[in-house]
Design a protein around this ligand. Sequence first.
Ligand code: SF4
Ligand code: SF4
Length: 69
Amino acid sequence: MIGANYRSPNIDAEKCRACKRCVARQACRLKALIQFEQNEMPYIDQTMCRGCMVCREECPFKAIVVESL
Ligand code: SF4
Ligand code: SF4
C-alpha cells in the first residue's frame, strides 16, 4: 500500500522559484513530482509519493518541506 505509512513532502510556495526545469522533479524516480509546464510551480502527487525525500535533497532552494506532525 502506498500512502498512509509514508510522510510525504510538500512544495513551499514561498520558497519555490518555479524553475524552468524543476531538478527535484527530475530526481523523482516515481514521477510523483509533477511539473506540467516549464516555469510552473510543481506539485507532489501524494498518491504516488513514497516519501523517499530524494527530491528534497535536490531542490537548490529548499522548497520541498515536510510538515511536522
Ligand atoms: S521545487 Fe525547487 S527545483 Fe523545483 S521548481 Fe521549485 S525551487 Fe525549483
Ligand atoms: S519524496 Fe520521493 S517519491 Fe516523493 S516526490 Fe520526492 S522523490 Fe518523489
